[in-house]
Design a protein around this ligand. Structure first.
Ligand code: FAD
Length: 449
């Protein structure tokens, strides 16, 4: 059995399982300063933008409310994944096949971009270029998985169907019956990645102000961003605040934050690891309506995420435990890996992604001068995409529109006003949970036969 209930409170880590409070917090902004570009938010998007701009000789200030990596970038599952397995149904008809191909190309390019940058910035984040397995746990999932894989291939993203025999030959744990194997990408330690970006940015001369919340801004040819103890002015501002952007008064009707939770076991023993097989340690995601993700880490723990998503009324993002989600993840751990026996939980945590109703990135410009740039909405696919966004935004600021940025421009559907949004989103998530539970019940029954 998985021991969990008694540990739930003890295991909760408000900053996530990958990062700790910093030894070298950068000083809060005090007084009035100016730069070529002010970036707000120090996750993958903000830090990558700052690095790309610094490489082009720009003077950059990054303002971060907490510390670099506090948001989703320091809390995610670490899958560096491309365009295979996206929520095609939500956007294909809206944008059309041609634009969809370019959008999928953007996701795939995100993988290459991060791989390149890890080398360029000298970041060791335990990257395992294993590819990714999108698996089914019951035969009833095969049709949908195959259809999605074929759509992905038609849109230009590689994928290969692995049947039961191929899965067993690969040593994938037996709960995962068949899959779409994606040969590109893999898993990394997102805490080490984001801290590597932070170090690279400081090295490149970026001024990072932590513990510095942006409260408001004044528009104009020069934008003045206000904080509690000062202000930063620049001809361009980049809002890289992702799920927190609606709280700043922007994109309120375009994206909503969704809470995603994670659970990590204590390091597995040599016997437990041997019982898993899984020699290449591919990151596994499932084809549930709300997917499960299962991966091994370099410290030999298992990290599970997603499974249950939550929307908090009014697009709020409280940094609180989500015990029901942790219990659901613990149950999934037991069901997918019964061979492990008792596994202690090292940590559990939650974070926020931002989601547009068409599941696509939301990137563009605001303000009368179109000099307030924003990026959000990469949903649960931000490791590659929000990193690559740094290049696209830096080029846009430099006066050139990257073709991938043009490809991402589209009309994002408007979100619903409250309380409709709360009702609609939580009802949809409830139905997804119900459908997923039905599949899980069937998988349990099949395992007992
Ligand atoms: C549990 C979980 C699992 C995930 N798994 C994966 C995965 O395996 N693969 C994948 O590709 N994606 C995954 N994601 C999504 C991915 O982590 C995000 O898409 C990505 O990290 C977003 O990066 P970002 O820089 O845009 O935003 P964030 O990392 O959220 O950064 C935004 C920053 O803005 C700061 N901020 C907010 N408001 C202000 C303000 N007023 N002033 C100053 N600063 C402010 C925040 O403190 C934060 O540091 C997951 C997310 C979660 C939560």
């Amino acid at each position: 059995m998985v021991r969990f209930d008694g540990q739930a409170r003890q295991a909760y880590r408000p900053l996530g399982g990958w990062v700790d409070k910093l030894d070298d917090p950068q000083p809060e902004l005090e007084g009035d300063v100016s730069a070529d570009v002010v970036v707000v938010g120090a996750g993958f998007a903000g830090l990558s933008t700052a690095l790309e701009l610094a490489a082009r000789g720009a003077k950059v200030i990054v303002l971060e409310r907490e510390f670099a990596g506090f948001g989703a970038s320091g809390r995610n599952a670490g899958y560096l994944a491309g365009g295979q397995g996206l929520e095609y149904d939500l956007f294909l008809k809206r944008v059309g096949r041609e634009q969809a191909k370019h959008i999928v190309g953007f996701y795939d390019e995100g993988v290459d971009y991060v791989e390149r940058k890890l080398g360029e910035y000298g970041i060791d984040c335990d990257y395992n270029a294993s590819g990714i397995i999108r698996a089914g746990v019951h035969p009833s999932q095969e049709k949908k998985l195959r259809e999605s894989m074929h759509t992905g291939i038609e849109l230009g993203s590689a994928g290969e169907f692995l049947d039961q025999a191929a899965m067993r030959a690969r040593g994938i744990p037996p709960a995962f019956l068949f899959s779409c194997y994606v040969p590109t990408g893999g898993t990394l330690d997102p805490g080490k990645y984001v801290m590597g970006l932070r170090r690279a940015a400081l090295r490149a001369g970026v001024r990072l102000c932590e513990n510095t919340a942006v409260q408001s801004w004044d528009e104009g040819a020069t934008v003045r961003v206000r904080t509690a103890r000062g202000s930063a002015s620049a001809p361009f501002v980049v809002l890289a605040t992702n799920a927190y952007t609606p709280q700043l008064g922007l994109l309120r009707n375009k994206v909503m934050p969704l809470r995603v939770s994670a659970l990590e076991t204590e390091p597995l023993s040599a016997t437990q690891l041997a019982s898993l097989g899984w020699p290449r340690r591919e990151g596994i995601v499932t084809s549930h309506w709300t997917m499960e993700s299962h991966r091994l880490t370099a410290r030999n723990t298992l990290v599970l995420t997603t499974k249950r998503l939550r929307y908090v009324y009014g697009s709020q993002t409280p940094n609180v435990p989500d015990e029901a989600s942790y219990r659901a993840l613990a149950k999934a751990l037991h069901e997918r890996f019964p061979m492990l026996g008792a596994v202690a939980i090292r940590s559990c945590w939650s974070g926020y992604i931002s989601f547009a109703y068409d599941a696509l990135p939301v990137v563009g410009e605001a303000g009368a001068q179109r000099n307030i740039l924003y990026t959000a909405g990469c949903s649960g696919h931000g490791v590659g995409t929000q990193s690559l966004m740094g290049l696209l935004l830096a080029e846009r600021i430099g006066g050139a529109e990257h073709p991938l940025l043009s490809a991402l421009r589209h009309k994002t559907p408007s979100t619903l006003p409250e309380p409709l949004q709360w009702c609609a989103v939580n009802s949809a998530l409830g139905v997804a949970n119900m459908l997923d539970e039905r599949v899980n019940r069937k998988a349990r029954d099949a395992a007992l036969q």
